[in-house]
Write a protein that binds this ligand. Structure first.
Ligand SMILES: Cc1cc2nc3c(=O)[nH]c(=O)nc-3n(C[C@H](O)[C@H](O)[C@H](O)COP(=O)(O)O)c2cc1C
Length: 187
């Protein structure tokens, strides 16, 4: 079941560096692309940053709407992730073409990709210099959600091997998130 994650804990959803799906919407158009270069940036208010390349349909919709959703997909969605990152939405609806089901977000117009492990709804913080120079977008996280079968009490505990999150290495090869190891508390 999808449950709300307190904003102060939302960085935990991406601290381990999962490959994501970024959704966007504006003026009756919507889109989804794969994005591996996404990281947490701040706690209060929570912020993250994402590289969103110039020339993508996603970039166009985000520049127009100043909103997006970072969805954290599972190993079971690996083909969908690679497909979403291997073609441009153009004028067609990539969700329909790839058979991707969605749910409405709570605070932004961009949709949530159904079946993911977590979702972070984001509003762009204008940083025109780094957006243009590095394709880097800073955004405030305004709502966060997780599948409580895999994320409970502020930590990941994946329900099944297929429910693990994924990490892109190169050309469609991914690692799945491994098992946790807890470091000794420093003296
Ligand atoms: C696994 C994977 C990770 C990717 N990560 C990023 C990324 O972090 N930033 C980016 O701009 N593009 C990334 N891409 C490329 C975009 O997903 C790709 O250009 C996509 O076709 C853009 O779609 P759009 O034009 O419909 O927005 C990635 C692609 C793959 C397959």
């Amino acid at each position: 079941m999808r449950v709300e994650v307190p904003l102060r804990k939302s960085c935990t959803l991406i601290n381990h560096g999962p490959t994501t799906l970024i959704t966007s919407a504006h003026g009756g158009r919507r889109n989804v692309m794969a994005a591996a270069w996404v990281m947490a940036l701040d706690y209060e208010p929570p912020k993250l940053c994402a590289v969103i390349a110039a020339g993508t349909r996603t970039r166009e919709l985000i520049e127009a709407s100043r909103e997006f959703v970072v969805c954290v997909p599972t190993l079971g969605q690996i083909d969908l992730v690679y497909a979403a990152g291997s073609s441009s939405g153009g004028d067609a609806d990539k969700f329909a073409r790839l058979g991707i089901a969605t749910e409405p977000a709570s605070r932004v117009a961009a949709p949530l990709v159904a079946g993911c492990a977590a979702w972070l709804e984001c509003r762009v913080v204008d940083e025109p210099g780094i957006q243009e120079r590095y394709d880097l977008f800073v955004a405030e996280v305004v709502a966060a959600w997780a599948d409580d079968a895999s994320f409970r009490d502020g930590r990941w505990a994946f329900a099944t091997p297929e429910a693990r999150t994924i990490h892109h290495v190169h050309r469609g090869v991914f690692f799945a998130t491994g098992e946790p190891h807890t470091a000794r508390t420093p003296a």
